[in-house]
Design a protein. Structure first.
Length: 141
């Protein structure tokens, strides 16, 4: 698994955990760093994981508003938590990322949705993130 793929998966884990525990995004990063320092079997927190989690935390209101607008017929709170957080990560990368091609961002999110969420999730995640990518590029989705 490529380094950025692992970082995205780890970011998803952190965001999901924060949401499940009712904590602000990023609140568990220090815990994850401490676990990695104390136990060599615990995975280290990659810089890209930190960038994604902290970026989503910083821009959550804007990302959530955009996702709610583009998720026709879906209230953000009623989406599966995995989908919601994958969309936040993907939207963050597309809007604020450091030049990762849009096709890669969308493909990675769809792959994680395929592995970790519901049967309809990959198509849903693909549709929403493809709209964001198309808007960013100034073309029709």
């Amino acid at each position: 698994m490529a380094a950025r793929t692992k970082a995205r998966k780890r970011a998803l884990d952190v965001l999901f955990e924060c949401e499940a525990r009712g904590l602000p995004f990023g609140a568990t990063l220090d815990q994850r760093r401490a676990e990695a320092a104390r136990d060599p079997r615990s995975p280290a927190v990659a810089p890209y994981t930190e960038e994604l989690v902290l970026g989503v935390a910083e821009h959550q209101a804007e990302l959530d508003a955009l996702l709610a607008e583009l998720s026709h017929g879906w209230d953000l709170d009623r989406m599966p938590a995995v989908d919601r957080n994958l969309l936040r990560i993907g939207a963050y990368e597309l809007l604020y990322g450091d030049g990762v091609p849009a096709a890669v961002v969308v493909s990675e999110a769809v792959s994680l949705a395929t592995d970790l969420s519901t049967e309809g999730s990959p198509a849903f995640v693909n549709g929403v993130l493809s709209r964001i990518a198309a808007d960013r590029a100034g073309r029709e989705p």
